[in-house]
Design a protein around this ligand. Structure first.
Ligand code: SAM
Length: 327
């Protein structure tokens, strides 16, 4: 029988994000991964670690697991991890956050392993703007991945774009236009200070969800709210006559900490109760113990108890950047 993981503010932790690598094949302005050519550092979580973590998570009532990174598709053992989550441990909802550049060729294995859903990060709809935003990415590979996922029935396709002034804010309308004829969800995320940017530069680059919405409405007309799960971070809208939905995720201007049900495992095996707070609890010793399960369960309980009421959204020096936290 599972016992729920409740933090000291009464929030139940139901969703676990597991970062499987600190490496990425893109170099987005707001993130700070190790390059694709770098090896995974010693201590990066193994398939065996993930197995124990998932066993503990199920014991503690976790219902959904999202694999992330870095770029999770760079991890060759990803299908094994998905298989463990879905088929061995019976997690209800197993998802992936990916830049989709390698998705077309890996999707079949992931679906066979039990993957339920994907979120694709796409910061521009135009090929050249995309190349600049990602430090050299080829958008066609992403379209191929998205179309493969759509053909496989992984709908609605959810696309996330982080909006950064003077980097990709001119792509707000082209990205919104993707939902005119397709029933995709395109969600705009406020840029969080997770890359230790100079505070003044950060302020200059930050675009509020309110501004993004106003700029889209100026081009496509008024957006009407769509009924949304209140615990979901995105507020959804639809433009008149559009097939898909537009979402706004505003962790900085409109934080949703009160409804947070998440906890993260970083790629170096630390439990991070809050994305926006540098408080982490290493599970390495517990994972290496002779009988790791009780020790890992204890680590979860301690971390949940220390989950803060709300994260720090102002620009402060972070112990570490998005490199291994996992978005
Ligand atoms: N490589 C995968 C991807 O591109 O989706 C997964 C990892 S990435 C770190 C996960 C998500 O975090 C992406 O949607 C990314 O845009 C977002 N992200 C990274 N740094 C961010 C920041 N400083 N502010 C807001 N979102 C950020």
């Amino acid at each position: 029988m599972s016992k729920p993981l409740v933090d000291q503010h009464g929030r139940v932790v139901r969703d676990l994000r597991i970062s499987v690598t600190p490496r990425c094949n893109y170099a987005c302005f707001y993130c700070d991964p190790l390059g694709d050519g770098a090896p995974d550092p010693i201590g990066t979580i193994s398939v065996e670690d993930v197995d124990v973590i998932l066993t503990a998570a199920v014991e503690l009532g976790i219902e959904s697991v999202r694999f992330t990174g870095g770029e999770p598709l760079l991890r060759k053992e990803l299908p094994e991890m998905v298989h463990l989550a879905k088929r061995v441990h019976g997690i209800e909802d197993v998802a992936l956050t990916t830049n989709a550049s390698l998705l077309a060729r890996r999707l079949d294995d992931l679906i066979e392993a039990g993957l339920d859903r994907i979120n694709v990060s796409l910061d521009a709809a135009d090929a050249e703007a995309f190349r600049e935003a990602t430090g050299g990415g080829t958008i066609q590979q992403v379209w191929d991945g998205i179309h493969a996922a759509e053909a496989a029935g992984m709908t609605p396709i959810k696309i996330n774009a982080v909006v950064v002034r003077n980097i990709n804010d001119e792509q707000l309308v082209p990205l919104a236009e993707l939902t005119r004829d397709r029933d995709w969800h395109v969600r705009f995320i406020e840029y969080m200070h997770l890359n230790n940017a100079d505070p003044d530069a950060y302020e200059k680059h930050f675009v509020s969800g309110k501004e993004s919405r106003a700029r889209i409405e100026a081009a496509v007309g008024a957006l009407t709210p769509v009924e949304t799960d209140p615990s979901a971070p995105a507020r959804l809208f639809r433009a008149e006559g559009f097939a898909g939905a537009l979402g706004f995720i505003d962790p900085v201007s409109n934080p949703f900490c009160g409804a947070c049900s998440r906890m993260r495992v970083t790629s170096d095996a630390k439990l991070r109760p809050c994305l926006l707070t540098d408080r982490e609890y290493s599970m390495r010793e517990a994972l290496n113990a002779e009988d790791p399960l009780p020790a890992v369960i204890d680590a979860f309980l301690v971390a949940a108890h220390r989950k803060v009421a709300s994260g720090i959204t102002t620009p402060v020096e972070r112990d570490r950047t998005m490199v291994a936290i996992g978005g």
